[in-house]
Structure formats: structure tokens, C-alpha cells
Design a protein around this ligand. Structure first.
Ligand code: UD1
Ligand code: CA
Length: 458
């Protein structure tokens, strides 16, 4: 087996994106474009990936980390010039080098394997991955001889009307004999409309030397989409979303309206879970089996158990057990941990808190920086007063505690198991086991006063 290398071009400024964010870092289904590309190359087990980076290099390196080595292209003089930057790392190596653009996030490892296979079959020095489309505007065109042999690639801006009419395009992905690539690159000039060094010229150069150049035409044009502007970004998002949703549906997840359901590329969902329209599942989220997720729900970087029902709620960096109910309109903020069968109802916010099995917080509460035991009932409107204006403090609640409606639990405070807090209490001291705590002003009834104020009509 020859060695395999891959060069990912990611130094372009992406001026057409009109963005402060480096082009290849724009996310598609929650993941930067260039990360999609490198992930697919990784499935091929190549010996080395070299990513060519420019401005914002640190940000790209932070995303790709140990998956790639990096070379800098300080000035963006074109795709051939970009590949040249990898010369010190790869020039002398024997083997096959894939070159990919960091802005083609939909390309799959299956297609890349087919490209390599075809390149080997043809014993070519270079093989370009092409696709056929009704609307080739913006792409380089594949010019073939009458015999169908690839002669050259002509960029849109350099193309005559006749060439513009060609519907076979360059996807920007190539497979090269490594040494032939670096030898040919030295002959590339910038004598063209954009005064750039085009990688595509390598094809014409190798042809002039009578080397074997091949083109592998892929079946699915949508895989080759190159994202140069926000319109293409939205299209890439739509296509990737469709692909992700189909994968989940094939694995037994019901997605009632795939067009309005956004699932990130790293999300895992168990079989027989039903995802209703409008739901967004993001980041490293894992959802169990037999769940129902509906309404305006957004779940980010969270783990949800089996048989959980979540309605119109927002969940971030949290862990939810089995058979839990959340919402509607609940907010689980980071580091919330709900045990099995917990119920979090309407307008409840939980933050950095553990709620153990069977406990219920059904309405209008804030539980922050707290540890709540099992089978606790927190009445409507109760809150943990966790912040004194300077520091945050924790509230600790044992098992089987009943917190009456509209109680304030002033942290730091401990409410021991089996205790009972009377409604409307402001608890400032610890409550011992089995105690009843009442901390509210006693009621006085002033006889006849309602009438005196003219309120009572009788
Ligand atoms: C390029 C191809 C075109 C092809 C299209 C497919 C060339 C000359 N043109 O055009 O034939 O149809 O991709 O999507 O190769 N880059 C650098 N350094 C540079 C310039 C670009 O790293 O100096 C990187 C960009 O970050 C990008 C990739 O190379 O990831 C392609 O560059 P881009 O400017 O998007 O090329 P296109 O005009 O799309
Ligand atoms: Ca492009």
C-alpha cells in the first residue's frame, strides 16, 4: 500500500462571506466546515493530514487539534500557492496525496475512497473529482477532448461562453501522485483573470507532459457544494440537515417534520424517540429511547435518559434521568442533574443543581446551586435565594421534604429530610429532620375593616 497524504486548503479569506469569522469555521449543523472535511478524511486512515491556514490560524488549529499538522500561507495567492506551502512537509514523499478545499463540507469519505480507487485503476498522475450540474456558475469547468480525455480546468472568470456552457465542474478535490504534484506546481503561473496561482492549472501542465490525467465524476452533485457565500452556507446546512435527519429516521427515530427539525452532526438519539417540529438538538447531545421532544425545545450538550417528555424547554449542559418530564417553558441551565422520574414543570429554572429521583418542582420556581434529595415536593413559586449580591451559596434539601408554596430558602441553608416548610416562609436557619418550619408574619384579622374602607358592599 502506498502512503496516503491529504492537504486541506483553508487559508482563503472568504471575502464573499462578508464575515468577521474565518470562512472555513462557519458551522454547518453546528460543526465548522473544515472540521467536517477533516473528519471525512480521517475515516480513510491517511498517514498525514496537512491543513493550510492563513489569518485566524489559531482558531482553525484549535478546532482540528491533533487531527492535522499545519502550514501557514501568509498571503493568499491562490490554491496552487496554498498547496505549495505543504512542500517542506511532503515534497519528497512517495505516495498519493488528496487535496481538498476546507469549504466543501458535504463531501463524504465514501466518495473520497471511490476517487482513490479510480485514480489507482487509471494509473493516473492526477485525478480530479468532478460533478455534473445544471447550474455550474462559479465553478471551474472540466474541458475534455473529443475522446473524453481531460485536457484542462478553466475557471469561471477565465472561461469563454463556450466553456461556460460545460456542465461538468471541478469539485476542488483531487488525488495526485505526490511527487508529480509538487513538480508540476513549480510550473504554475498567475497569468489569468484573477492573477492567482491556480491548482487547477496542474491538470493542464501534466497533460502537456503527456501524463495520465483522469476525472472521476461523482453521482451526487450536492456533495460537492463549495460554500463561498451565505446563500451557499444555507444550502449546505439544508443538505447536511437532510442527511442527518435521514440517518436518524433510518435508525428508528420519528421526525415528524424533518424540514423544521435541526439536529447537530454529533447528536445521538435512541430508537422510538419522537421529535416534533421545531426542535433543535445541538452539540454533544445524547437522547435515549422512547422520548417525546416537542415545541420550541433547544437542547445543547446534554444527556437525556429514556422515556423522557420535554415540551418547549431549553436545556444546556445538563443530565436528565429516565422517565423525567420537563416543561413546558422550563430552563435547565448548565450543571443541572435530574434523577429518574423527576418532574420539572412550567416556568421553572434550574441551575447547577442536583434533583434526585422522584422529586417534583411543578411550577414557577428557581432552584440554583442546590442539592435536592428524593421525593421532594417544591411548591409553586418557591425559590432558592442563592446570591447575596457578592457570593453564591448552596441550598441543601434532604429526602421527602415538602416545601410549601412561595417559600424563600436563603442560602447557605440545610433543610433536613422529612421536614415541612409552611407556605410563604422565608427560611434563614437550618431545619432539622421531621420539623415543621414556619417563618412568616402571623395573620391578624381586623373585624369589619373591609366594610369601613368601603370595600364590602353589604
Ligand atoms: C475553487 C477552484 C474551482 C472549483 C471550486 C470548487 C481553483 C483555482 N478553483 O474555486 O475550480 O470549482 O474551488 O469549490 O482552485 N484557499 C487557500 N489559499 C488561497 C486561496 C484559496 O487556502 O490562496 C482555500 C480556500 O480557503 C478554500 C479553497 O482554497 O477552502 C478554495 O478556494 P476558493 O477561493 O473558495 O476557490 P473557488 O473560487 O471556490
Ligand atoms: Ca470555494
Amino acid at each position: 500500500m502506498p502512503n496516503h497524504y491529504a492537504i486541506v486548503l483553508a487559508a482563503g479569506q472568504g471575502t464573499r462571506m462578508k464575515s468577521k469569522l474565518y470562512k472555513v469555521l462557519h458551522p454547518v449543523c453546528g460543526k465548522p466546515m473544515v472540521e467536517h472535511v477533516v473528519e471525512q478524511i480521517n475515516h480513510l486512515n491517511v498517514d498525514e493530514i496537512v491543513t493550510v491556514v492563513g489569518h485566524g490560524a489559531e482558531a482553525v488549529e484549535a478546532h482540528l487539534k491533533e487531527n492535522s499538522s499545519f502550514v501557514q500561507q501568509t498571503e493568499q495567492l491562490g490554491t496552487a500557492h496554498a498547496v505549495m506551502q505543504a512542500r517542506p512537509l511532503l515534497e519528497d514523499k512517495e505516495g498519493i496525496t488528496l487535496v481538498l478545499c476546507g469549504d466543501t463540507p458535504l463531501l463524504t469519505s465514501d466518495t473520497l475512497s471511490e476517487l482513490i480507487m479510480y485514480h489507482n485503476e487509471k494509473k493516473a498522475k492526477a485525478t480530479v473529482l468532478t460533478a455534473v450540474t445544471e447550474n455550474p456558475t462559479g465553478y471551474g469547468r472540466i474541458v475534455r477532448s473529443d475522446l473524453g480525455i481531460v485536457e484542462q480546468i478553466v475557471e469561471q472568470k477565465d472561461a469563454t461562453d463556450q466553456i461556460k456552457a460545460i456542465k461538468e465542474i471541478n469539485t476542488g478535490t483531487f488525488c495526485f501522485d505526490n511527487k508529480a504534484l509538487f513538480a508540476a506546481l513549480q510550473k504554475v503561473t498567475n497569468d489569468n483573470a484573477q492573477e492567482e496561482f491556480y491548482l487547477t492549472d496542474v491538470i493542464g501542465i501534466l497533460r502537456e507532459q503527456n501524463e495520465v490525467v483522469a476525472a472521476y465524476s461523482m453521482h451526487d452533485f450536492s456533495e460537492s457544494l463549495g460554500v463561498n457565500d451565505r446563500v451557499a452556507l444555507a444550502e449546505a446546512q439544508r443538505l447536511m440537515q437532510k442527511r442527518i435527519n435521514i440517518k436518524h429516521m433510518q435508525q428508528g427515530v420519528s421526525i415528524l417534520n424533518p424540514l423544521t427539525t435541526h439536529i447537530g452532526s454529533d447528536v445521538v438519539i435512541g430508537a422510538d424517540t419522537i421529535i416534533e417540529p421545531g426542535v433543535r438538538l445541538k452539540g454533544h447531545t445524547v437522547i435515549g429511547e422512547d422520548c417525546v421532544i416537542s415545541g420550541d425545545t433547544e437542547i445543547i450538550d446534554s444527556t437525556i435518559g429514556d422515556k423522557v417528555v420535554i415540551r418547549s424547554s431549553s436545556i444546556e449542559e445538563s443530565v436528565v434521568g429516565n422517565e423525567v418530564q420537563v416543561g413546558p417553558y422550563a430552563h435547565l441551565r448548565p450543571q443541572s442533574k435530574l434523577g429518574d422520574t423527576v418532574k420539572i414543570g412550567n416556568f421553572v429554572e434550574v441551575k447547577n443543581a442536583t434533583i434526585d429521583q422522584g422529586s417534583k418542582i411543578p411550577h414557577l420556581s428557581y432552584i440554583g446551586d442546590a442539592d435536592v434529595g428524593q421525593d421532594v415536593n417544591i411548591g409553586c413559586g418557591s425559590i432558592t435565594v442563592n446570591y447575596d449580591g457578592t457570593n453564591k451559596h448552596r441550598t441543601s434539601i434532604g429526602d421527602h421534604v415538602f416545601v410549601g408554596c412561595n417559600s424563600n430558602l436563603l442560602a447557605p441553608v440545610t433543610i433536613e429530610s422529612h421536614s415541612f416548610i409552611a407556605a410563604g416562609s422565608t427560611i434563614t436557619k437550618n431545619v432539622p429532620e421531621h420539623a415543621l418550619a414556619i417563618a412568616r408574619a402571623r395573620q391578624t384579622n381586623k373585624e369589619g375593616y373591609a366594610k369601613k374602607f368601603g370595600y364590602s358592599k353589604k
